[in-house]
Design a binder for this molecule. Structure first.
Ligand SMILES: [Zn+2]
Length: 394
């Protein structure tokens, strides 16, 4: 692995799971880098989704004493010009670097916020003051990454519970298994599916793994359901530190209209997820999104116009579930999506509603006050509300 050394003993590298730093410059006491960007034209990005919020770099102190270093994140000028630099002006985190156990070193999952007094948002940069003990290695990141290898280890542990099982729903472009856990009787009358977004820059696995833990604990709301969970639908993107793309530089959250029409002109991960959804259409499907994000005012559900549903009782359940999600998020309105919307009809959740007549939501736990701990708390509540409101369907 390529570590860039400095004269004072601090070495830096982006060759870690989820690493995304580029153009790294290192001198004694100072490290500077730019965030890696998805290979998507800027003019496409500024109409959404932006893919420049994933700044992730490893630092190691190879000196025999403590060392302090200032790390500068260079915000791309086009992002500032387009008014989207807030994606990188946020609270950064660190986690220990774990070496061994995976194909590359990876961040551990005990992320800590860097105290505000050690962060500065300047004209074209963000600066962070770090102190590393002798021999200490850590990851600096703008995102609470859940590494793919760590997630797969956790899924195997969870699947050892009595009525849980590990499933491989398909493979990514680079041949990584796309793993899920199913809980409850596979032949139960009703199926529910919960996924983490195909946008790899959003660490939604935190919420979906918490749903699995709650489902394994099991309560009355679980009876009669086959519960299916896929926390990381785009593992290549997460491994490679992308924001919105897969290993073929395709925007991985879109293409479900084509997939639902039986076309192969969609990202491979989209094809895999669509076949998992459509092989036995769920009664309810929720795609969970999560990003700490200073400029999204509140967390909210994406609410598809109920005319999208064929059966009146399905539409009624969607309306009731939207009310639950509004209460849960504290939003005064959902993100309303009209039938046939040019962009949103490409989403998994839209097509689950339109083509499978499943009550379907994109739940966006994205806002200025969201947190990793919050995602772990909200995820199970999103699941339980879905099961309670859709328990009479199917
Ligand atoms: Zn999202």
């Amino acid at each position: 692995m390529a570590w860039l050394p400095t004269d004072d003993g601090i070495a830096v590298s982006a060759e870690i799971e989820c690493g995304s730093a580029v153009e790294i410059e290192a001198s004694p006491g100072r490290v500077s880098f730019a965030p890696g960007e998805d290979a998507v034209p800027h003019e496409v990005q500024i109409t959404g989704p932006i893919s420049c919020y994933n700044a992730c770099l490893a630092l190691r102190n190879e000196a025999a004493e403590e060392r302090s270093v200032t790390v500068e994140v260079r915000i791309p000028p086009w992002l500032i010009e387009a008014g989207f630099d807030y994606f990188l002006r946020k609270e950064y985190l660190t986690a220990p670097l774990e070496e061994g156990g995976g194909p590359l070193p990876r961040p551990a999952t005990d992320w800590r916020m860097i105290p505000p007094e050690r962060q500065r948002s300047l004209d074209a940069t963000v600066e962070l003051d770090l102190t590393l003990g002798a021999g200490e290695a850590l990851v600096l990141s703008s995102i609470e990454h859940y590494p793919v290898t760590t997630c797969n280890e956790r899924l195997r542990e969870l699947a050892a519970a009595p009525d849980a099982r590990l499933v491989t729903i398909g493979q990514s472009v680079q041949g990584r298994p796309i793993l899920g856990v199913e809980v409850g009787d596979a032949d139960a009358p009703r199926r529910a599916v919960f996924t983490g977004t195909l946008q790899p820059g959003e660490p939604s696995a935190w919420a979906v793994l918490a749903m699995i833990e709650a489902a394994i604990d099991g309560r009355a709301w679980r009876d009669g359901w086959s519960l299916c969970f896929v926390p990381q639908t785009n593992p290549d993107g997460i491994f490679l530190g992308r924001c919105n793309t897969n290993a073929r530089d395709e925007l991985a959250a879109f293409g479900f209209e084509e997939a639902a029409a039986g076309s192969d002109f969609c990202p491979e991960e989209v094809r895999v997820l669509w076949s998992y959804l459509s092989e036995r259409p769920p009664v309810v499907y929720v795609d969970f999104h999560f990003l700490r994000h200073p400029n999204h005012p509140f967390t909210k559900p994406y609410f598809f116009d109920p005319a999208i549903y064929d059966a009146p009782e399905v539409a009624a359940a969607a309306i009731a579930l939207n009310e639950r999600y509004m209460t849960l998020s504290g939003a005064d309105r959902p993100h309303y999506v009209e039938v046939g919307h040019e962009m949103w009809r490409g989403l998994a959740s839209y097509q689950a509603a339109a083509a499978l007549d499943a009550v379907a939501f994109l739940y966006q736990y994205t806002g200025p006050t969201t947190s990793l701990q919050g995602a772990q708390a909200v995820g199970p509540q999103v699941m339980i509300a879905a099961l309670e409101e859709c328990g009479a369907l199917g």
